[in-house]
Design a protein around this ligand. Structure first.
Ligand code: ADP
Ligand code: MG
Length: 221
């Protein structure tokens, strides 16, 4: 579940970004579309509670994000949210298994080796558990990052341009893996993308189209 009203954000010295309202039921899929610079990554950061809105309201997985901050927001994120960032942020000093173990650390839970193995298995990368991130192909690293994102069965999964550097076959697979992973947790799925292949692969998804022109008009109105 994600609900926003009159959500806005402003980077220091930047033009204000005003986002169209969203009312997304639990388990639904949303495509966040728009050209580069239209605010997709900013919207995801707001939904993840990594940025604080300048105005409006935002509620994600039943939590009013304006009502909590700091450590409470970090704890909420660790428990409820799976984030697949554009840059995957796997830790090079740790092997795949221990990268996933960090998820438990962030959530204040003891690591569960069995669950880690299961998540890696579901994405077909269990045999890579002992490798370091730099020993993975781009597609393998993305699967590991997705396994990490869904490890604690999040209520919401956010993915930022997951197909940007992938060929057609790998892009289709990445979308399918995201969809399957979301379905396994009955998670709400948001994919930010300017890739028409993603929209074609998800005809049933709702779409939120961002454009700087629209946000500027809305600010002027
Ligand atoms: P998208 O993900 O759709 O490409 P972003 O959310 O990254 O768009 O950016 C939206 C707007 O905010 C752009 O005009 C961008 O230049 C600006 N922006 C993004 N990050 C920052 C930042 N850290 N500081 C200042 N402006 C930023
Ligand atoms: Mg972006």
């Amino acid at each position: 579940m994600i609900r926003t009203q009159a959500l806005s954000y402003r980077y220091p010295k930047g033009t204000p970004l005003l986002f169209p309202d969203v009312d997304l039921p639990q388990g639904a899929t949303l495509l966040l579309r728009g050209n580069s610079g239209s605010g997709k990554s900013t919207w995801l950061a707001l939904a993840a509670g990594l940025l604080s809105a300048a105005g409006g309201t935002i509620s994600v997985a039943g939590q009013d994000l304006m009502a909590i901050g700091g450590a409470a927001r970090d704890a909420w994120r660790a428990r409820k949210l799976g984030f697949l960032p554009q840059r995957l942020h796997l830790t090079g000093a740790l092997n795949v298994q221990d990268n996933l173990g960090l998820v438990y650390f962030a959530a204040g839970l003891p690591p569960d080796r069995w669950e880690i193995n299961r998540a890696l298995q579901a994405l077909g990368v269990a045999d890579l558990a002992q490798r370091r991130p730099q020993q993975l192909s781009g597609g393998q690293a993305q699967r590991v990052a997705l396994a990490r994102a869904v490890l604690l069965h999040p209520m919401v999964i956010l993915a930022d341009e997951p197909t940007a550097s992938l060929d057609d076959e790998a892009a289709a697979l990445a979308v399918k893996l995201l969809q399957d992973s979301a379905a396994r947790c009955n998670a709400t799925l948001v994919i930010a993308t300017h890739d028409a292949r993603v929209a074609a692969a998800l005809p049933q998804a709702l779409t939120l189209r961002l454009s700087q022109a629209a946000t500027q008009e809305a600010v002027a109105a």
